[in-house]
Unconditional design. Sequence first.
Lengths: 118, 637, 552
Amino acid sequence: MADSIEAIQKSKKTYILVFLALLVGTVLTVLVAEAPTWATWLQWMDVGEHGFDKYDAILGLLIATTKATLVAYYFMHLNHEKKAVYWIFGSGIVFVLWMAFLLALAYRSPINDYLFYK
Amino acid sequence: MSANAASHDSSHDHHDDHGDHHHNPGFIQKYIFSTDHKTIGIQYGITAMLFLAFGFYLMMVMRWSIAYPHQPLPEWMSFLFTDTWKARWLLDGKVTGETYNMFGAMHGTIMVFLGIVPLGFGAFGNYVTPLQIGAVDMAFPKLNMLSYWIYFVGGVIMCASFFMESGAAKSGWTNYSPLAGFADGQIVNQWLAGQTQWLIGLVCLITSSLLGSVNFITTIINLRARGMTWMRLPFFVWAMLVTGFLLLLAFPPLEAAGIMQLMDRVAHSSFFMPSGLYTSAEGLADLSGGGSPLLFQHLFWFLGHPEVYVLLLPAIACVAEIIPVNTRKPLWGYKSMVYSVLILGFLSFIVWAHHMYMTGMGSAVSTFFQTTTVLISIPSVIIITAMLISLWGGSIRFTMPMLWACAFIPMFGIGGLTGLPLAFNLVGLHLHDTYYVIGHFHYVVAPGILFGLFAGVYHWYPKMTGRYMSNFLGHLHFWPSLVCMNIIFFPMLIQGMAGFHRRWYNGGDAYLAKAADSTDVFGNVVRDYIDLNIIMSMGAWALALAQIPFVINLFIAWKAGKKVESDNPWDATTLEWSTPTPPGHGNFTYDVAVYRGPYEYSRPDCDKDYFPQWEAPKKPVEEPADAPSVANTNDHH
Amino acid sequence: MEIPYIVTPRKDTGLINSKIAIWLFLASEVMLFGGFFSAYVYLRMGADYPWPERTLPVLPGLINTFVLIGSSVTVVFAWAALKMREWRKFQIYMGITVACAALFMVLKGVEYNVKFHHQAVRLDDYSVVEGHLGYELKEGADAHHPNADDYVKDHNGDKIEENMIRVKVEKLTFATKRYYAEWVDEMLSEADHANAKITLEADIEATTTEGGKMKVIAKKGEPLSLDLLKKLKDVQLAALKHNAALRTQNLREQWVVAKDANPGKQGWEISDDVSINMDDITPLMLSEVPSATFVVNPPTEFLFKPRDIREAEGSSRLRDDTVVVGELEESPMVFHNVDAVDFQWLVMKAEEKGISPEAAIENSWLMKNNAFVREIWAWHLKRNEAKQKDLNEQYGFKEDENGKPTETPDRVLTHKELYRIGWKEFRDYGEETKGVEVSAVAGLKEEFMGPNYKARGAETFPELSLPREEIRHAAKFSPAWNTYYAIYFTITGLHGLHVIGGALVLAYYLFFGRKMYLENPEWLANRVEVGGLFWHFVDLIWIFAFPILYLM
């Protein structure tokens, strides 16, 4: 916790920077998904035109994750937090990733391939 | 309490005005809307026991239907129903399939969500945890009260649906869609359908346990007394900590599933409804389709499996406290037990789909879950083994709690070991949805967990009331219970292997009638074991009778039991026994400090064979680094 | 008694109680929303219909993202202001935060409202029509610019949406046990409005006392009323109760006899021979009145919502088991403005069967029965051809193993581009071929609120009447339409509830925090920090919800 007055003063600047980064990130996300094909050198990534449907989806989610990390790290003070908090929040993140991963894995099976992709 | 408060008052100029009205609370504030963790614990206990009794009663009706499928319910069993209710739900006094389903669904729901979790986590957790860590109360007393009342409301909502036009939920305690999504579709106002009420009740219960678990974990992390380091925590507290985390993290996905099913019911969405659903009653369903029934099962069992440990850990916790006290020996392998329970908690999140081997979810996932399921037996076995070894070489006092605790170990052992075959999906082919599964998990829950909790009741009753429960009535309760439990559940394992399906409302009679026309081998096996139904049902009636001494004991001892001789009648070492009997508001009358581990029994250097945690050593020891110093335990605003 | 560590952190953990609690709560929330997002992944992977990709207008979502990010910054500044003991600044920042929350919810409300007034229909051949259902208009009114008194009103004085099942009701048979009172009231009022009478068809006779005589309990010609139904219900329930008790008692006796006669036999071995002796109890039984039939005179047109009635020629059934006898009238679903025609699903089904998409579309009901759809489809094909040409020029053709271009284009149009004619295509079609023009402001508003039917009129968004038997599934753009909208509404709705909850807490600190600030500013700062943590978390969810729900 940034407790001293000076520390808070200093972090105010950081907050503004993070805010700007978040705005830029949001615009970037929309551009990646929405903009017309403006760069053929990015075509392997399938930027624009068809929305998030290829690697650009991964790019979009990476940007979102970065934004979320910025919010958690600076706004939620995870940059200087106590150990217990990391354990608590970490456990939530770990299990949610596990759940999403295993749920997605549940589709990777011959039976489901037959049903849904045939 | 007063001494404690006084010491605070003298050292601080804080605003104690909101603390003041706790000093002379009125009746309602003291017993109904109390914020005292002990009162709330007792409230939880009484409510949960009432729900348990109700769930037991539902089971008796079901057992009648199984053993005597064509005979009307006897009068002594149907006195609870009004005549109108009987006309609606019984056919000439016989239990219909629909009613059986309703009772089955509600038996499971009530026992798990309204009975055992509140009894283990709500009652014992609430009463004992703050005492054992030397806290004045829970970290958030008002949240604690709220948690109880939300649980109460949720339970009432669920049970009230018995009296609605639709009746209560009928789709099993697992509430699988699309069955559950369609059930009660004829009801015009879906908010008043039993199936919807079940979901609303469930959301209440989840909210309640969320508040409870946040409160517990915060209390354990932040309100430990001076000197109560992590490795000095009694095992009970460790188990509660893990239980808290399980509730905290495993319940929300079920809440998500519950909300989605609620949407399916009232907003006609198709989260769990596949395309092209057709029922004889409704025709082609007027739904968009495209949903996934499997998704519900995944989300349900993501809770469902940790839930098993939410049920189990409080019982293990009680037994782990009772064994060292009565063997006068330290708990064997305290550290390995602690690590085991942590690993158990972690693993319990990644085994859920072993309930779903038969859903066609795919071999890769099946293999994964098979592996983790086998893994999870390791920490459980470590815990049970440690408790068993704790008995070795002890001079055991066979007090009432100890009897229950001793019975817990083999009963839970049977429950656990019968679970091992079920971990393998090949075996699941044969045993899935048979009575074997029923027998397995009832061995864990009924003679296992319930015995552990009974042990807890007999153990902490003197602290709660200042009186012992009667030993005579206790024996009258214990021995018949032990015998009857096995009469009920052991034949289930046999029947299950013979292929008895868990949802036969007539105990296999209809199946037999069908099988008589064919040369089906299966049907012949059913004929061989169908007689067991009657023995098991007899066992159930007898078990009901065996609980009567307990109820009498519980009430009589409150006023007329033998008084305890001291605040520490069992000569135990943990902090709850250093409080007045019963403890007042604020718990401790002295400045709590902890000087040693939780199970220092049979100490040769001690004149009374044990060192309580609160007893200062003769020569001063160093303050552990991770505990606050004396100066700031009293810190507040 | 005082709970320690409310304001000052405990030394060894370094934390106050509420901070631990909020992080625990957030971990739990992570699991909750994680459950929903996992459900999204699961549903999308398993979807057996064309998932509606990027179907929401991006602009409102984008603005809402900015709003929420902004409020996240101000809440952290509000906390910093409290830490520096600057009450005035705290008020300003917190005020902005709460205002942002309100703005967010207003925008969300607008977004929801548009969807709840937008209809979608899947026909039997899996073609999909989207648009705006109108309300029934009087003869000769202008469908696109109606006045307030152009509408036909029902018995309650409400406009009638053109999506009702009409039955010319002659008879109504109510199930006495479970008729739905509100519907009965509705019917009474509807009949009253049409000057029709609903009366009992025939005398109802019943024995209401044990061993009593049959007597008339309701006379022929008695008007329908809730009291009358209640009376019949009471008779029915009393009879059921009485008879069930008699039957149960008799069956118990029979079992005693049967068991005595068959010693050593189990119940299921002799159950076939045990039955109630009806001769014994018939004289004692009360008569049941399971239903009551009423005549509507003269036969009157009643309106039913599609979900409430299972219609059939001659005799339909309501969900409360009321049987409605009467002629089923034409009850088409009438779009006053169609704004999208979507053949993606039809094509998916055609491809599954090995039929060429073009043939399947040509054979669809819409193409055969609607000239406008044929015209716009032809226009759409031409436009797609041009688009594909553009793609070929931009990306060229796929290369073979020698690096030479083949005949296959490197980029092809997606299914959505090929087979869906969305409202923007309708717009362009109107502008290109019919010269429809709207102002720039109206055009921008459309990006937010969807198509502007009033300004563009029937040339762009024509009328379409769908016969009931062609409709497979119909819904507003609500959770009922498909699993995408279901998960969209569930995640954003729940997120919205979190926004409201968080804003209420923050507003409480803003408006009622002064007293606590004066007494113990550090305590208030702690509380604001905890409230802020929740607020950031709400923002965090939205950061994921926006790309996943709006852009994917």
